[in-house]
Design a protein around this ligand. Structure first.
Ligand code: IPM
Ligand code: MN
Length: 396
């Protein structure tokens, strides 16, 4: 078979180092691929006014698979400040390039597994009966709709007159906001389509069926957000009845789910949610399995797929001479990539090596040692990013 080409998208800050170490692990595990680097992130925003240049889009169009590190995102005004002077007149507005990628390639299915590694000192523990300490095993896989809802980008401050007029036709708008001057309104829409909702629901049911999860939980807020959340839940009920009667359908509200997170996390299997709630609930569950150093994800479209750790670029750690961040989230994301392209044997090998290093507990990054992230953690016994990758490579 021809050697694969993977588009590596290091992005900003620590994205570069975790990606570099991950590629080292992939090579050591015998994954044969060429890597071409795609430009993405803050530097390209500042210098070109576009954090997601067309040449990067072209690379992904061609090679289909991206491994993404992390990017820095800043609010609109802060981003504008950092734009190179000669671009400031051009009316450019910053928007997150990872959100842009998801939208451009319609990477609408986002999968975020949160599964306990045995022996991880960061595993969630809870007080049980008689004050005993329990360490519930979390095995949750979150399906986040990745392109619509509050991330759809349909928003205004001081909306155009025709939008305002349309809003006035809604009785609730007239009642609750009818007296507010137009220029004092900011509006972000939450649009769900049946097509994308069906796709994320089906993906979640199929996954539950394939991997033997007993339940799919829709985590939304249909009692209040009746149209969008309501539609998702109704469609889930119908799909479950017609196509997946062997899988239980549960319904939780996002707020209650966050409260229950620490009460009974072991009860949940597959969770499916819209974009924003999926973002929230996936960070919540990630916290139970060690936090962002362990949280991996896949953004799947029909043509193109991009795999990324869900952590940010952690700019404060980016300039350390020796990088201290935990590369496991990135390595686990690469395993999701391998599974996706049917390199299951290599993926299993890497996952096993990661699990062994964690279980053995000799090599731990600063987060696993519960240290505050500072440049001196390596001197105090924490493994650097590279040392963690080395330990994993040694197990291979
Ligand atoms: C994530 C991140 C992104 C998101 C940010 C960086 C735009 O939080 O991948 O979960 O909100 O989707
Ligand atoms: Mn997030």
């Amino acid at each position: 078979m021809a050697k694969r080409t993977i588009v590596s998208l290091p992005g900003d800050g620590i994205g570069r180092v975790v990606l570099e170490e991950t590629i080292r692990v992939l090579n050591a595990a015998g994954f044969e691929a060429d890597y071409v680097e795609g430009d993405i992130g803050w530097e390209f925003w500042k210098n070109e006014g576009n954090p997601l240049p067309d040449r990067t889009i072209k690379l992904l169009e061609k090679h289909k698979i991206g491994l993404f590190g992390a990017i820095t995102s800043k609010p609109k005004d802060a981003a504008f400040e950092e734009l190179s002077e000669d671009l400031k007149e051009k009316g450019l507005v910053y928007s997150s390039p990872i959100v842009g990628l998801r939208q451009h390639f319609n990477l609408d299915v986002c999968i975020r597994p949160c599964q306990t590694y045995t022996g991880n000192p960061l595993n969630f523990v809870r007080r049980g009966k008689d004050n005993s300490i329990e360490e519930p095993k979390v095995d949750v896989v979150i399906f986040r709709q990745n392109t619509e809802g509050l991330y759809g980008g349909v928003e205004w401050s001081d909306p155009p007159q025709e939008v305002y007029n349309a809003l006035l036709s809604h009785p609730k708008f007239r009642l609750n906001f009818g007296n507010v001057p137009k220029n004092e309104l900011s509006i972000s829409t939450r649009i769900f389509t049946k097509k994308a909702t069906a796709r994320i629901l089906r993906a979640s049911f199929e996954y539950a069926k394939k991997y033997g999860y007993k339940s799919v939980t829709v985590c939304e807020k249909p009692n209040v957000i009746r149209e969008t959340s309501g539609m998702m839940y109704k469609m889930a009920q119908q799909m479950q009845r017609d196509e997946y009667p062997e899988i239980e359908l549960w319904n939780t509200n996002i707020d209650a789910q966050m409260m229950w997170l620490t009460k009974n996390p072991e009860d949940y299997g597959v969770i499916v949610a819209g974009n924003m709630f999926g973002d929230i609930v996936s960070d919540g569950f990630a916290g139970l399995i060690g936090g962002l150093g362990f949280a991996c994800s896949a953004n799947l479209g029909e043509e193109v797929s991009v795999f990324e750790p869900t952590h940010g670029s952690a700019p404060k750690y980016a300039d350390y001479e020796t990088s201290i961040v935990n590369p496991i989230a990135m390595i686990a994301s690469a395993c999701m990539m391998l599974d996706h392209i049917n390199e299951k044997a290599i993926s299993s090998k890497i996952k096993k090596a990661v699990a062994e290093v964690i279980l053995e507990g000799k090599v731990k990054t600063y987060d696993m040692m519960k240290m505050t992230g500072k440049a001196d953690v390596v001197k105090k016994g924490a493994a650097s990013t590279k040392e963690m990758a080395d330990a994993i490579i040694n197990k291979l």
